[in-house]
Design a protein around this ligand. Structure first.
Ligand SMILES: [Mn+2]
Length: 299
């Protein structure tokens, strides 16, 4: 497996109502992200953070769209150049809107090799667009955008987007998804493993299916991990908490299984909010989950 990693952060919270996740990259770094990866014999380069424009246009259906899209365009360039150098991108949010730039770059980079799979672990669907969103918050839209179900502004920077095929995509641990969003996901044919599937079948079986869906016929898996998938008891530092989520152990199991699949080609860790956190425990959890996804184990 490729042992060269690039960390890139995005100090953005303009895609969310609750502010503070812009400080997420710092919290995850301070939790020991780089040192932990180096201990596992990765060569790690930290490319620093993308900082959004100080001002920009906004619309009620896409709040702060100019700043969000500009940051995503710059992230796209960073992730694409990392992949071009034969390295693996580890993207730190920031709010989840950044997955638009991140995944677009991965999908475009592998365009001629084959499709990519996406495993999206999140309490929310992130399948809204600007016509279905009740808030205009763009962190609720990136998953649909990368699949070509809008808003296209989030993923089209003039590069001719290479959309991800929903048949290789999985939503895991969903428990707070809007009615219109559900309709959109169903119509598009999204694969979903909501929280009750995890209750019924356990995380192990669910992740076996998720990994199969995202890896069969693909060049590899992009993991987009929103810490709000985890119950606020373990991850209090997040902007859009939803009670009764997965446990920290279930999150680790999911990450470990992705590592063991050998198919991980890139990842995002998003929505850590240090303002709402307790002595950085959510930052530490996020950092540790990245370590697990890249193969950290007890023995
Ligand atoms: Mn999310």
């Amino acid at each position: 497996m490729n042992r060269k990693l690039d960390i890139v952060g995005v100090q953005i919270d303009l895609g969310a109502s609750q502010k503070g996740v812009a400080m997420g990259p710092t919290a995850i770094r301070y939790a020991g992200l780089k040192a932990g990866l180096e201990k596992m014999d990765y060569e790690v380069r930290d490319k620093g953070d993308i900082i959004p424009l100080l001002d920009g246009d906004s619309r009620p259906d896409m709040l702060h769209y100019e700043q969000v899209i500009d940051a995503n365009r710059r992230l796209y360039d960073e992730v694409y150049s990392t992949l071009s150098e034969g390295r693996i991108p580890v993207v730190l949010g920031g709010d989840h809107s950044i997955a638009a730039g991140s995944i677009s770059a991965v999908s475009k980079f592998y365009e001629n090799k084959g499709p990519i799979g996406v495993i999206w672990i999140d309490a929310h669907g992130d399948w809204n667009d600007n016509t279905t969103s009740r808030t205009g918050n763009m962190h609720g839209m990136p998953f649909s955008a990368v699949c070509g179900h809008g808003p296209d502004e989030m993923v089209d920077y003039g590069q001719k987007p290479h959309y991800v095929d929903v048949k290789h995509c999985v939503q895991v641990a969903g428990r707070d998804i809007d009615r219109l969003e559900i309709k959109k996901m169903k119509e598009a044919g999204m694969n979903t493993f909501p929280i009750y599937e995890i209750d019924k079948r356990g995380m192990y079986e669910v992740m076996q299916d998720a990994i199969r869906i995202a890896s069969e016929g693909t060049v590899g898996i992009h993991l987009s991990f929103d810490v709000d998938a985890v119950d606020p008891a373990y991850a209090p530092g997040t902007g859009t908490p939803v009670y009764d989520g997965i446990t920290a152990r279930e999150a680790f199991l999911a990450a470990e299984m992705i590592a063991q699949s050998g198919k991980l080609i890139s990842m995002d860790m998003v929505e850590v909010n240090p303002i709402l956190d307790e002595v950085n425990r959510t930052g530490i959890l996020a950092s540790s989950l990245i370590h697990s996804a890249f193969g950290e184990s007890v023995y």
